[in-house]
Design a protein around this ligand. Sequence first.
Ligand SMILES: CC(C)(COP(=O)(O)OP(=O)(O)OC[C@H]1O[C@@H](n2cnc3c(N)ncnc32)[C@H](O)[C@@H]1O)[C@@H](O)C(=O)NCCC(=O)NCCS
Ligand SMILES: Nc1ncnc2c1ncn2[C@@H]1O[C@H](COP(=O)(O)OP(=O)(O)OP(=O)(O)O)[C@@H](O)[C@H]1O
Length: 194
Amino acid sequence: MPKIIGLTGGIGSGKTTIANYLVSLGFPVYIADDAGRKVMQETCVIDAIKEKFGAEIFEDNVLNRAKLAKIVFDDPEQLKILNAIVHPAVKNDFNNWLEQHLESSLVFYESAILFESGSYKNFDTIITVVAPLEMRIARVLERDNATREQVLNRIKAQWTDEQRISKSDFVIENLNIDYSTQKIDEILKILSIS
Ligand SMILES: CC(C)(COP(=O)(O)OP(=O)(O)OC[C@H]1O[C@@H](n2cnc3c(N)ncnc32)[C@H](O)[C@@H]1O)[C@@H](O)C(=O)NCCC(=O)NCCS
Ligand SMILES: Nc1ncnc2c1ncn2[C@@H]1O[C@H](COP(=O)(O)OP(=O)(O)OP(=O)(O)O)[C@@H](O)[C@H]1O
């Protein structure tokens, strides 16, 4: 059974960038955002979302993600409802994915909400990526063509870096990609020894 390493960090911290580096090294990495998108195309999940949020957030049976994002990131109670629908499906999807990687010694689970969702309890080690708040916001504004308010609403739905650091085994301050990849290399050496 592989050791499962959680990789987390707030929106715009750079965890997907670091996840891509791990993939380039040949490690199996499970990307929770991608899994979320995948399971949200399953009929049972679509039906549950329609029931709770209304069919009007779908156009030609395709979910308008921006419309749903507005609803759930403006109201924590609505986000809880959506999480309760999607997260169990992602957990099931991850277990199926893990079955494909039983021969690996190390696999990674990348998600912005490892702590918030409680899934960190299933992992041996947690690596958290951090960056100054304004740097994270600027990165997401550029990447997603989002508004500052939209980014801040997502940040409000997530733990703070201080909260994450207090429960992490390793912390990478991702100001510079070269430094971050060097830090990951150091962590990998420690993990492969332990
Ligand atoms: C509301 C949705 C449709 C918006 O989709 P959109 O394409 O705009 O965002 P995407 O899913 O790519 O997420 C982008 C980033 O938003 C943040 N975010 C997404 N979901 C959540 C959440 N439940 N809580 C806090 N932050 C979140 C994360 O930083 C994530 O990396 C989508 O985020 C969603 O379905 N979220 C609930 C399910 C979920 O938690 N998915 C993420 C991992 S399982
Ligand atoms: N050290 C860095 N220097 C400059 N830009 C960076 C750095 N790290 C990441 N980025 C860029 O910042 C943006 C956010 O990075 P990334 O997508 O990896 O964040 P994330 O933590 O996965 O965010 P999300 O929670 O939205 O998935 C991307 O456009 C990425 O290319």
